[in-house]
Design a protein around this ligand. Structure first.
Ligand code: COA
Length: 145
């Protein structure tokens, strides 16, 4: 396997779930079924990074959404998350999206810095959205025409 992220298919559902489980607390984990169901939906695509990262996203008309992004703790701060996000933005653009949305907890500094560096800006909030009572920030990035 090369060091580059590859397209994820239904055949990768188990490894995607395994990576996701390392990155999120138990109540936020997406299991094999949840990931398989997502990947089977129209407009959903994913990437798997061989160093231990995964991302799922969805394109609807001219807008995309990052559904989830996870990097194994042992693989962090080495550009895996940035590589996955960059690939997802390019794929969303290729599929016709002109903007990308996502949700992130106000307290999730690593993800907020990552998204900020990728050009995302806050466009809204969902108060007490997460189980720990924290707000979700809604972030949006505009893709080039
Ligand atoms: C957020 C996450 C995906 C980042 O993955 P990653 O592979 O470590 O990200 P990168 O190595 O590409 O980091 C890119 C930049 O983000 C910022 N960043 C990443 N982790 C950070 C941290 N712990 N503290 C501060 N900034 C951080 C840095 O600016 C970093 O660049 P640098 O290492 O050159 O300083 C990873 O921490 C993760 O899986 N977290 C748990 C799940 C999660 O929160 N997913 C996002 C939900 S919206």
């Amino acid at each position: 396997m090369t060091d580059a992220a590859e397209t994820a298919t239904l055949a990768h559902a188990a490894i995607l779930a395994a990576v996701h489980a390392t990155a999120f607390p138990p109540h936020e984990r997406w299991g094999i079924d949840a990931i398989s169901l997502q990947l089977a939906l129209p407009g959903v695509f994913g990437f798997l990074h061989p160093r231990g990262g995964m991302l799922l996203a969805r394109v609807t008309a001219d807008e995309a959404e990052i559904l989830t992004l996870a990097v194994e703790p042992r693989a962090r701060r080495r550009g895996v998350g940035t590589t996955l996000l960059t690939k997802a933005l390019a794929e969303a653009h290729r599929r016709g999206a002109r903007a990308v949305l996502l949700e992130v907890s106000v307290g999730n500094t690593p993800a907020r810095v990552l998204y900020d560096r990728a050009g995302f800006v806050e466009v809204g909030r969902r108060p007490r959205y997460y189980a720990d009572g924290s707000d979700a920030m809604i972030l949006r990035a505009v893709l080039p025409c």
